[in-house]
Write a protein that binds this ligand. Structure first.
Ligand SMILES: Cc1ncc(COP(=O)(O)O)c(C=O)c1O
Length: 376
């Protein structure tokens, strides 16, 4: 059956803009009228606010999440031939950046319930050339850092936390210094951590943007240097860097949206519950599990479906948009295939089952469920 109505958006960015329109327009106009479009006060204040929100000592903004990973890997000293463990089930950026810098990604499998990287698979991959682990906070919840940290410590590896999808997520971890469980926010679990401000991310701007976080002042200085053409002093370049700047207008937009983030995250969790309740009553559907101790930003609401093709036919007929995150294990991507050998049976299976439904703080998930209920 062909759907002839108006399709709802997969992420409703217009509704979000309408909700904060006055604040956003005022902030955008102030930047446009200021004559300062790159760096400056808005970027400086945003960096302070991001660091204070997530509890990181330092935040350095840059041009995108991908650029943040590339800068972070350079700060960590990645050299050609170094091996880095990355999850096989994620967006391409972490593995892509490793290869771009001459490194070799080693693809680790995931846990079939939470879809986060599986620490046992990670440990099996550690070898003499392994330098670090890129842990991805997939779909909005933190990766299993307690176990990953043990592995990193045992083998002398660094951890790069890719929190592109999870700025604002929390993980209640058992701290090393006290036998208490202490809540920490994403972007504080890596030796260096990154996020993305791509427009559809839980904290998104109106173009590309990203940030790097760390507790290490030397890493922060180096990241700032690399993001500014290797320069601290005008026209004196002490490193090969890049143009890694965040525009002032994006910073101003992010500063407005950051004020609403906690409320949006709470709404996202409520919206996710509506889907959870619906799928709990159906067989053949398993939503991504949220591991104990985590809260998710639900960058995606993703469900594993036994007969995905049949479900897609129904979504098409009902006019419900969807995305497949991700259809291929990374090691099977054509760009990696030559060197992409991996033993990742869970990833292989999950790639054939996952589907993400329309989702954000402004998505009426009850209306989606009402539509779905006609078919199930
Ligand atoms: C896990 C992950 N890492 C990195 C990135 C790259 O971020 P950006 O699109 O800002 O370059 C993304 C973007 O979707 C992502 O999902």
């Amino acid at each position: 059956m062909l759907f002839l109505g108006i399709m709802m958006p997969f992420v409703n960015l217009s509704a979000q803009r309408n909700a904060y329109r006055n604040q956003l327009e005022k902030a955008e106009k102030a930047v446009l009228d200021s004559g300062c479009y790159i760096g400056g006060e808005q970027v400086r204040l945003l960096e302070q606010e991001l660091a204070s929100y997530c509890g990181a000592a330092h935040a350095v903004t840059c041009g995108s999440g991908t650029q943040a990973i590339e800068i972070a890997l350079t700060v960590l000293g990645l050299e050609p031939g170094d091996q880095v463990i990355v999850p096989d089930f994620t967006f391409i950026a972490p593995a892509e950046c490793v290869v771009k810098l001459g490194g070799v990604p080693q693809f680790a499998d995931i846990d079939g319930k939470t879809l986060q990287v599986d620490p046992e698979s990670v440990e099996r991959l550690v070898g003499p050339k392994t330098k670090g682990i890129i842990a991805v906070n997939l779909f909005g919840q933190c990766a299993p850092y307690e176990k990953l940290r043990e592995i990193a410590h045992k083998h002398g590896l660094w951890i790069l936390e890719d929190s592109a999808q999870a700025f604002g997520a929390t993980f209640t971890a058992k701290t090393a210094t006290a036998a208490v469980y202490k809540m920490r926010r994403a972007c504080t679990f890596g030796d260096i951590s990154i996020t993305s401000f791509y427009p559809t991310k839980p904290l998104g701007c109106y173009g590309d943007g990203g940030a790097i976080f760390t507790a290490n002042p030397e890493y922060a200085d180096k990241a700032r240097l690399l993001a500014n053409h290797g320069s601290k002093e005008r026209y004196r370049h002490i490193e090969i860097g890049t143009n890694g700047r965040l525009d002032a207008i994006q910073a101003a937009v992010l500063r407005v949206k950051l004020q609403h983030l906690d409320q949006e995250l709470e709404q996202r969790r409520q919206n996710a519950k509506v889907y959870d309740q619906f799928f709990a009553g159906l067989s053949g559907f398993t939503p991504q599990g949220i591991a104990a101790g985590n809260t998710s930003t639900y960058a995606q609401y993703t469900v594993m479906v036994e007969d995905r093709d049949k479900f897609i036919a129904k979504l098409d007929a009902l006019g419900i948009p969807y995305c497949i995150h991700y259809p291929l294990p990374l090691h099977r991507q054509p760009c990696f295939e030559a060197g992409g050998i991996a033993d990742c049976p869970v990833t292989e299976k999950v790639c054939g089952q996952v589907i993400s439904l329309p989702f954000c703080a402004f998505t009426d998930t009850a209306a989606v469920v009402e539509k779905l209920s006609k078919e199930f």
